[in-house]
Structures are given as structure tokens and as C-alpha cells.
Design a binder for this molecule. Structure first.
Ligand SMILES: Nc1ncnc2c1ncn2[C@@H]1O[C@H](COP(=O)(O)OP(=O)(O)OP(=O)(O)O)[C@@H](O)[C@H]1O
Length: 380
């Protein structure tokens, strides 16, 4: 098997820019519209929307490799890092690390890549582990092959083998030079945003320079590159979009890392994923906008129990409350007797704050009355 880094023309990536032009333009336009919607939100909602987007990204970038993070711990770490540049006391290490990585990439989108910056990101992605000797903050130095394998012990399938640890420093120096030379901020070689981010992600994954955390750092590099191309931190939910179809991500990486220097197919997949990532961010911001409008219209008409139930429904995110709001759920959430629950719900219906769902069967189910964000029509 000849891996891509063993090709004679490595690392002269070849692709057809025209095939990406449409999506490069779409990405830029969608990003500008999204930034505009953000600016239209009140300050507190902007912060909320940013945290919601980053929360989803932190959870999903870890979920890609099956690692589950505690949602509330990540949220409190993000909030604390964004508002006071510190971590909450006794924060969960993995959650704090994931939050730190996202915040650091967002803050440092303008600075060039460097070995120590990547080392810092990797040690955020991979918290200290007592019983495994994983190198943190430095490139791997183990001389055994770095392979990506799947399957049970003794029947493993090798999907990929990266360059040896001895080659890593040179390979990384070349990669970082290219990345900084093609930066729209400081470089002298021009390349469009999606192409640069896609090649950077693939190139980094091919070198696989760290013992662990290569996927998360590689996705952070893609975010960094997209932000540099826009001239402001991207809100696109790249990890969320990748996680939604992990199989394709692994398949496309596998094809590219075994293939020639023609990376058209990889960039085609990557460009589609960036557009999806942008659409996910759009839906998330629209949700925050709807929530803001809801509270503006109804916030002062809710009693304490009703407010508790509404906030619980919004906490479910864009997908809403599975199966709608029922008297039973209301009783459970607000810990009130059945008669109070029925009275509160009737009051909410009368005020137009909740609406009965059609086809609910014997049990009446309700949903919150929310608003379409002003002036936003579905995007083409
Ligand atoms: N065939 C392949 N060729 C090159 N890179 C690959 C291939 N398959 C997967 N990868 C990359 O390797 C990453 C896994 O590497 P590693 O375990 O070091 O990263 P991680 O951050 O700990 O895990 P993950 O990001 O997947 O949660 C994947 O997330 C993906 O980015």
C-alpha cells in the first residue's frame, strides 16, 4: 500500500478550484448573513448564541471518537472562560479542556500556526491521564507505527499508517510553512478559504503528529483557517456537521490518505460539509432569536411554575420537547398537583403562549408559541 505521503509528488496537492467556486461564495455570503443576525441580537443573547454554538461543537468534536462530555460542565466552562477568562473551580477536566480549545482557537484566529500553539491545543484536547503515557504538548516520539485501525484484537483492519515519528518534525515544519504562507492575513500565496481549510485538515491528519487528539486539533485547524478566510471567527458548526455523518468523514479521509495527490473528491466532501455546518449555525441562531422574541412577548406573563416549564422546554434546544408538553410532564417538572398543572396550562393557552398540537390522541399535548425570526426567509 502506498500512502499519500509516500507519493513522489507529496505534498503538491492538486484540485480544480472552479469546482469549489460556488460553495466558496455561498460560504462567504452565508457567513455574512449570519454575522448580521448575530449583531441584531441583544448583547446577552449574542453571548447565549455563541455559547450554544460552541457547546454543540465541543460535545460533537469529542463525540466523533465516541467520547461523551458532560453538557453542563462544558457549558459552565465556556461561560466562565468567555466572561472571566477563568475556569470554574473543580471543573471536569475533559469538559474544561474541550471548552478551552474552542475558546483559544476563536481568540487566536489571527495568529499564525506554530509548533507550540499546536502543542497547546493538543494538551487542551487531551487532558492528563494518570495511567497512560500519552505525550502532551509535543509531537509523538514512539518509533512503533502510528496506525488507524478498527476491529477486534487480532483481526484489526489497518485504515491508515502515518509517517514515522522521525519524519514528523520535518513534515510539520513544511505543513506550518505552507499554512502561514497561504494565510490571507500574512501570507504571499493565495488560496481560497474552503480549499485551504480542507487541505490543511487533510494534511494534518495525514501527518498525525500527536500520540492522541489529532482529530480534534485537526478540526480546530480547519476552524482557524475558515476564520482567517472570513476575517472574523467562523460560527460554522463544523464538528457538528461532521458528527452528523461520521461514516462519510472517515470514508473520505481513508480514500484521500490512500490516494494520489488529486484531492478533488476530498475537497468536494469537505466543501459540502462546510455548507452544512453553516446551515446548522444558522438554525441555532434562529432558535436563539425565537427564544429572545418569546421572552420579549411573554416573559412577564409567566408565573414561577410556568417560567420553569418554559425554560425546561427551551433547554431541549432546537428539536424541542419530545412529544410536546403534557399535564403529566408539567406536574413532574414543576412539582405541582394535577389541578394546578391543568389550571396553569389553560391559562397559558388563553394567553396564546402555548398551542395544542394536532392529533395528540386522548392526552392533550402543547407546544410553545414561537416566532419566525424577523426578515429571515429560508436560504437557497
Ligand atoms: N484513514 C484516515 N486517514 C487519515 N486520518 C484519519 C483517517 N481516519 C480517521 N482519521 C483522523 O484521525 C482522527 C483520530 O485520531 P486521534 O485518535 O489521534 O484523534 P482524537 O482527537 O483523539 O480522536 P477524534 O478526534 O476522532 O475524537 C479522526 O478524528 C480523523 O480526523
Amino acid at each position: 500500500m502506498t500512502w499519500i505521503w509516500q507519493q513522489p509528488d507529496w505534498p503538491d496537492f492538486r484540485y480544480d478550484q472552479r469546482a469549489l467556486d460556488d460553495r466558496e461564495l455561498k460560504f462567504r455570503l452565508k457567513s455574512e448573513r449570519l454575522a448580521g443576525s448575530f449583531d441584531a441580537l441583544p448583547m446577552a443573547s449574542q453571548e447565549n448564541a455563541t455559547i450554544d454554538l460552541m457547546l454543540s461543537e465541543a460535545i460533537k468534536t469529542s463525540a466523533i471518537e465516541g467520547e461523551a462530555l458532560d453538557r453542563e460542565s462544558v457549558r459552565s466552562s465556556l461561560l466562565s472562560l468567555i466572561t472571566s477568562d477563568t475556569l470554574p473551580i473543580n471543573s471536569d477536566q475533559k469538559a474544561a479542556g474541550a471548552a478551552m480549545l474552542l475558546v483559544d482557537v476563536r481568540k487566536n484566529w489571527q495568529i499564525p500556526l506554530a509548533h507550540d500553539l499546536l502543542g497547546r491545543w493538543q494538551s487542551m484536547a487531551v487532558p492528563e491521564q494518570r495511567y497512560t503515557p500519552i505525550l502532551r504538548g509535543a509531537y509523538r516520539n514512539d518509533l512503533s507505527p502510528m496506525q488507524i485501525v478498527s476491529g477486534p484484537y487480532g483481526h484489526e483492519k489497518v485504515h491508515y499508517e502515518a509517517p514515522t515519528a522521525i519524519q514528523v518534525p520535518d513534515e510539520m515544519a513544511k505543513f506550518i510553512d505552507w499554512y502561514n504562507q497561504t494565510s490571507p492575513l500574512s501570507g504571499n500565496k493565495s488560496i481560497t478559504g474552503i480549499a485551504r481549510a480542507g487541505i490543511a485538515h487533510l494534511w494534518f491528519e495525514v501527518i498525525h503528529p500527536f500520540d492522541d487528539g489529532n482529530g480534534r486539533v485537526g478540526r480546530a485547524i480547519a476552524d482557524h483557517a475558515l476564520s482567517q478566510s472570513l476575517g472574523y471567527p467562523t460560527s460554522a458548526c463544523l464538528a457538528t456537521a461532521i458528527e452528523a455523518d461520521k461514516k462519510s468523514y472517515y470514508l473520505q479521509l481513508e480514500k484521500a490518505s490512500r490516494g494520489s495527490m488529486d484531492v478533488n473528491r476530498w475537497l468536494d466532501y469537505f466543501a459540502d460539509t462546510v455548507i452544512k455546518a453553516q446551515d446548522i449555525a444558522r438554525a441555532e441562531v434562529d432558535f436563539v432569536l425565537a427564544k429572545t422574541r418569546f421572552y420579549e412577548a411573554f416573559g412577564d406573563q409567566l408565573n414561577a411554575r410556568q417560567a420553569k416549564m418554559v425554560s425546561r422546554v427551551f433547554a431541549e434546544g432546537r428539536k424541542g420537547f419530545e412529544g410536546g408538553i403534557t399535564t403529566k410532564k408539567y406536574e413532574m417538572i414543576t412539582k405541582c398537583p394535577n389541578r394546578t398543572a391543568s389550571r396553569d396550562l389553560s391559562d397559558l393557552v388563553a394567553k396564546g403562549i402555548i398551542t395544542p398540537l394536532a392529533g395528540g390522541g386522548r392526552t392533550t399535548r402543547y407546544e410553545l408559541t414561537t416566532f419566525e425570526p424577523n426578515g429571515h426567509s429560508p436560504e437557497k
